[in-house]
Design a protein around this ligand. Structure first.
Ligand code: BDP
Length: 701
């Protein structure tokens, strides 16, 4: 071989090693690629010569092994796990200390004379500490003076999977269910462990494995064995399993004539069933229940209320320390009523009536995971009932897997909202973390966006949403920006300027989406696949499942009047909150049409009329997708080629769809507003009829 050829070959290999290449996204944020900077590696190597594990706890063993795996990749060396340091310094010691001033899952990291100690009060604390330490390395933080204490603010940090027995996922956009029911319990897909690792690394400690629209089959012995097999994998990662239950199961699989929660036989059936579950899964977490909601049966079918239903299940679970998570997502098929008010109206009168091991899980907004909603008025108004938060990570209303929407700002907007229930500063976060009302039980759930796609979430950047949910569930005071930046560095690139560009693009993505999809407080929760807007949709089996019910566009204006002039839903909030939203002239624009029916010709604080402002938002929103594309193109050199191309392709689709959605709204609304598209924007190239056809084709797919 000529020396020239050898040189060329060498050059190609070097270039390949230097440029990230072909990453399928499977490893998520736990990539552990070799840290490029040799000085950094050497600095880290000084304190990572040993992993000292002096415990037989399976969770601590997991912690040690995770550290070993992580360090192997990041530093390129095998770090031995030993039972004792034998007087040597320069290692990592894992330890529990029951007296440590930490809460039960918190951890402390310290580095003294190049010896790192990870302290937890419990084994789980040690595991979270181990991942936190790895995060320090992955994000290239200095560790010589490491001194960090962190406690989760919420006890139950959970994913809710809306997965069915046939492998489908309700509102899932990343393939089929991760759980291969047909292979379980005999075959354990290695992916279950990787799922658990990812969750544990961000502090998630519970998983509801099946859909809230639950099949009774999950309560049969056949399925309990399958669920137990999953629990066996998750246990050493500190994760408990929960099941969604079908309320009439005593009838469907128990052979009883009723599922009345006050019936003694029904009570006995549930008690026996729960005992059986705990035989299969000794650390089973409990039940999640959707009842008397969207056609699901529940206690009201027997003239009982939600508390009766929840308490009956709670009684069965209490001896095993299991909990009931009862959902507040309810509304009746009443076209005259305001769906906004339904959950509060049903649940608020029940405050204080739930058993001790019940937590009521409330969606962040009063309607249904819209791109922007005001916080649910239930938060803050049930001081005697622990309230858990339900966020949606899967992008049901956020463009599925083709639109980029980084969700931390959605979660934060709700958590940071002030309920004013005990004066200024009574944020939703303080309700949910229990600090405001001293709730004995606290919980936060995210409806998962995971699936069988190789990269777990379909859109590669949607991994950031799973990550952000976990980080905020642990500590809601973290900023959206800090979380995004951390995720980018762990997942995509540690090159500072590209990491900053991607962080910035993530942070702006939600507002861009809102602009071309639901600006100024529009919403679109009507029935269907929930992808493209169909503002013309006016027929459905229920009036509150039509588009026109929500936007209320007419020849005068648009928006849902929820002040005293309309449904008066605003009265469900504290006066201080009402004051912010009550007056259309001062109501913040993002919430305007949530609460007011506003004239097309009304001048807004921007100086434009409502019609012009709507158009401006629709058009600039759609145009901004072009900006996202440009930003993404600029990071090409620092992002691996497969991920780069994957995101670039999706952004291209997003651009196309954003224009289509903008056109759907403006062309439809123009028929009411009867005004031209304001300059400098150009009339859509297609007609309303053409847009409708496009949507119809999509729905058929
Ligand atoms: C809606 C979804 C529906 C769910 C329901 C729920 O469209 O598929 O079953 O919420 O949360 O967002 O129960």
């Amino acid at each position: 071989m000529s020396s020239k050829l050898i040189f060329l070959l060498l050059l190609t290999t070097l270039c390949k090693a230097g440029t990230p290449d072909r990453d399928d996204g499977y490893r998520l944020w736990l990539k552990y690629d070799l840290i490029k900077d040799a000085t950094k590696r050497a600095a880290y190597a000084r304190s990572t010569q040993l992993i000292v594990l002096n415990s037989t706890s399976p969770i601590q063993k997991t912690a040690a092994e995770e550290l070993q795996t992580g360090l192997q990749g990041l530093l390129g060396k095998t770090v031995p796990i030993v039972a004792s340091a034998g007087g040597k310094t320069g290692g990592i010691t894992l330890t529990t200390n029951a007296a440590a001033s930490l809460n039960s899952e918190g951890y402390q990291l310290s580095n003294q004379q190049n010896t790192i100690t990870i302290t937890g009060k419990t084994d789980a604390g040690v595991l979270y500490g181990a991942f936190a330490l790895l995060r320090q390395f992955q994000t290239l933080q200095p560790i010589d003076r490491l001194s960090l204490t962190s406690n989760p603010k919420i006890q139950h940090r959970m994913l809710n999977h809306w997965d069915n027995t046939d492998g489908s996922i309700e509102r899932g956009y990343a393939g089929q269910s991760l759980w291969k029911w047909y292979e379980l319990p005999e075959r354990i897909d290695p992916r279950y462990r990787d799922y658990a690792r990812a969750n544990a690394s961000i502090g998630i400690n519970g998983t509801v494995v099946n859909n809230v629209n639950a099949s009774s089959r999950f309560l049969t012995a056949e399925y309990l064995q399958k669920v137990a097999a999953l629990a066996n994998v998750f246990r050493s990662y500190g994760i408990k399993v929960y099941l969604s239950v079908y309320f009439p199961a005593p009838k469907t699989i128990g052979g009883l004539k009723t599922a009345d929660p006050l019936d003694p036989e029904v009570n006995k059936w549930w008690a026996d069933k729960v005992n059986e579950i705990y035989k299969f899964i000794p650390d089973f977490g409990g039940f999640l229940v959707k009842a008397n909601s969207e056609g699901q049966p529940g206690p009201q079918d027997y003239g009982r209320n939600h508390a009766d239903g929840a308490n009956m299940l709670a009684k069965a679970l209490a001896p095993h320390k299991g909990i009931v998570i009862w959902r507040a997502f309810v509304y009746k098929a009443d076209g005259k009523a305001d769906r906004f008010k339904a959950a509060y109206d049903e649940f608020n009168p029940l405050d204080g009536q739930f058993a001790k091991n019940v937590i009521v899980q409330v969606k962040n907004g009063p309607i249904d995971f819209q791109p922007r909603e005001p916080f649910s008025p239930i938060f803050g108004t049930m001081p005697k009932t622990p309230l858990g938060m339900e966020f949606q990570i899967t992008q049901e209303y956020l463009g599925f897997a083709t639109h980029l929407v980084y969700e931390a700002p959605i979660f934060k907007e709700c958590l940071d909202a002030d309920t004013y229930v005990s004066g200024k500063g009574s944020t939703v976060a303080k309700v949910v973390d229990g600090s405001l009302h001293q709730y004995p039980l606290t919980a936060i759930a995210g409806v998962a966006n995971t699936g069988s796609d190789r990269n777990w979430t379909g859109h590669p950047l949607a991994q950031a949403n799973w990550y952000a949910f976990g980080r905020l569930a642990w500590d809601h005071t973290l900023s959206s920006e800090a979380i995004a930046n951390e995720w980018v560095k762990m997942t995509l690139t540690t090159e500072l300027s590209s990491a900053k560009t991607i962080t910035d693009l993530l942070l702006k993505s939600r507002e861009i989406y809102v602009n071309y999809n639901t600006p100024l407080g529009l919403s679109r929760p009507w029935t269907g696949v929930h992808f493209a807007p169909e503002p013309w949709q006016n027929r459905s089996s229920r009036p509150d499942w039509t588009a026109v019910y929500y936007h209320r566009a007419d020849s005068l204006g648009i928006g849902f009047e929820r002040t005293a002039k309309g449904s008066n839903a605003l009265a469900q909030y504290r006066p201080e909150v009402q004051q912010q939203w009550n007056n259309p002239a001062t109501c913040p624009l993002p919430y305007l049409l949530w609460f007011h029916h506003v004239l097309w010709t009304q001048k807004l604080s921007t100086g434009r009329t409502l019609w012009d402002e709507l158009c401006t938002r629709f058009y600039t929103g759609a145009d901004s997708v072009g900006w996202l594309q440009k930003q993404w193109a600029s990071v090409r050199k620092d992002v691996d080629s497969e991920t780069f191309a994957n995101v670039a392709g999706r952004l291209e689709t997003q651009q196309k769809e954003a224009i289509w959605w903008r056109d759907a709204w403006v062309l439809y609304l123009q028929e009411f507003a009867r005004q031209p598209i304001p300059a400098p924007f150009k009339k859509p190239e297609r007609s309303l009829k053409e847009v409708k056809e496009l949507v119809d084709i999509y729905q058929l797919r």
